[in-house]
Ligand binder design. Structure first.
Ligand code: UDP
Length: 490
């Protein structure tokens, strides 16, 4: 399709019948099929074009193959295309817009930014408009391809929906400036879709739909794993050492861990992490400052070093003494639309390198290769499953699929009180919220409290799974997409 617009192949994946074989999923599959009987005839002969800016890395890319596969099985014609920028300054600009829409940053968008955004959007729109038919429908994700989609819609006169995964529940000068920058393009669309009502800017309130994303319970990221499978994956990925023979061969690309000399080596060096035996706090995310890795690391160090206000019981104290903190994120080279990832990871590496050797042993910074989507997903799944607590200390979070993924695995989550996480974690019911994720003291206090009681953590984990199974599975998300597509196709 050319170098600017790449069509992404999507494997068929699980069939609806495969999901329906599980009794606990069958009712949601039936509901989805009923919605499809209503909506799909109204969409006959139209292709749905989904446009985004990366095929891997991050929440948007995560759900796409599964959503597309389900839509196709339900009878829709769907294509997924990813934009590539002809100008290297474009993704750094859209990353600024991303941060500003999350309410962060200093702002200062100028005329050269406008020219760059418009010029790239014009070129991409010319390339995409040739592919799109006159009865087709566009679904465009996030600010990167927003301008492209707006132009294609105008050229072809077709329905278009903009899906925004970002937001802040309370405008800041930076977010208002970014909305002003994007407003003309957003207004070109028939509808926009936001994750939470608080994210909708006032000028779009009449044309906005609210939709939370969902996770697929059968993918490699979320499927059940036995203890043997989990440990096998850890060994295959070099995340754990063993003296025993394993059935599966080592992964082609293994997890890497920051070493004292600043290099990255297989994660079993300098010694086994103890993932299968120790209390483990894990955060798995893109390397983005808004994910709160820095204050989480500082909070964990405080927890290890400080004398608590109240005396800890012997078991509580031992849990903390033995605990390890694991940070994992994609190898920055594998995510095209996140130019700050390498810088954020380098900052964390510097922070870690400044720690005393004992703490370096207790804190592991891992990069997970993206070469194989399956192996990357299995590594994330296994790491989450051997966690005592999954942390997502985000300062800002549109939704946080990592939170839903952990909750689905019956894990208690310690979440930063960003809006997307507050929408999922109920404090003291499905996990714990840190009021101020930028404050290491608050992080340390919350982790400390979560280590007190194994039984309490188990209750939170079970409640978490229950909530995700009711509210955050992919079937509900696809059902809402079908309904929305039918509405705009009129
Ligand atoms: N993820 C992954 N491999 C990694 C790190 C993250 O597959 O090395 C996935 C993670 O499991 C989740 C997604 O990336 O599915 C992140 O989505 P989320 O909504 O949490 O955050 P976003 O990246 O969209 O800000």
């Amino acid at each position: 399709m050319g170098t600017l617009i790449e069509r992404v192949d999507v494997a068929p994946g699980y069939r609806l019948e495969d999901y329906a074989e599980y009794n606990y999923l069958a009712p949601q599959v039936a509901e989805l099929e009923a919605a499809a009987r209503e909506a799909v005839p109204r969409l006959g002969g139209r292709t749905i074009w989904i446009v985004s800016s990366t095929r891997q890395g991050g929440g948007v890319a995560e759900g796409m193959p599964r959503i597309i596969s389900l839509m196709r099985q339900l009878g829709l014609s769907v294509e997924w295309v990813v934009i590539h920028s002809p100008d290297p300054a474009f993704f750094p600009l859209t990353k600024r817009l991303h941060n500003q829409l999350h309410g962060m940053g200093k702002g200062g968008l100028g005329r050269s930014d406008r020219q760059l955004y418009d010029a790239v959007s014009d070129r991409l729109a010319d390339a995409l408009a040739n592919e799109v038919g006159s009865r087709d429908i566009l679904i465009v994700h996030d600010p990167q391809p927003l301008g492209t989609g707006a132009r294609v819609k105008k050229k072809r006169g077709i329905p278009a929906i903009w899906r925004c995964h970002i937001g802040v529940d309370g405008p800041t000068p930076a977010s208002e400036e970014a909305w002003q920058f994007l407003s003309a393009d957003t207004l070109a669309y028939d509808r926009s879709v936001f994750t939470l009502p608080g994210y909708v800017p006032p000028f779009l309130s009449g044309a906005a739909t609210i939709m939370t994303p969902g996770i697929d319970p059968l993918t490699h990221k979320n499927r059940e794993l036995s203890v043997h499978k989990t440990s096998g994956i850890l060994v295959d990925a070099a995340l754990a050492a063993t003296v025993h023979p394993t059935v599966a061969p080592p992964f082609a690309a293994q997890a890497l861990r920051l070493q004292a000399d600043g290099s990255f080596k297989a994660a079993v060096f300098p010694e086994d992490l103890g993932l299968l035996f120790r209390p483990v706090v894990t955060q798995i995310s893109r390397w983005d400052r808004l994910k709160g890795f820095g204050p989480l690391l500082d909070g964990f160090v405080l927890l290890k070093e400080r004398k608590p206000a109240r005396t800890r019981g012997a078991r509580h104290q031992l849990s903390i003494d033995h605990a390890r903190l694991v940070f994992a994120g994609p190898d920055p080279a594998g995510v095209q639309d996140d130019p700050e990832a390498a810088e954020t990871l380098a900052e964390l590496c510097r922070k870690w390198t400044g720690l005393p050797a004992g703490l370096q042993h207790d804190i592991a910074i891992l990069t997970l290769p993206m070469a194989s989507v399956k192996e990357n997903a299995l590594m994330v799944n296994a790491l989450q499953r051997c966690s005592t607590i999954v942390a997502q200390n985000s300062i800002r979070e549109g939704f946080g699929l990592t939170v839903a993924e952990a909750m689905w695995k019956t894990l208690p989550v310690m979440g930063g009180a960003a809006a997307g996480i507050r929408a999922q974690v109920e404090d003291g019911i499905t996990g714990r919220l840190v009021d101020d994720p930028e404050n290491p003291e608050a992080v340390a206090g919350t982790l400390d409290a979560m280590f007190i009681d194994d039984k309490e953590r188990e209750v939170w984990g079970r409640n978490a799974r229950d909530r995700v199974s009711r509210e955050s599975l992919i079937f509900g998300e696809v059902r809402r997409w079908l309904q929305l597509l039918a509405t705009v196709s009129r």
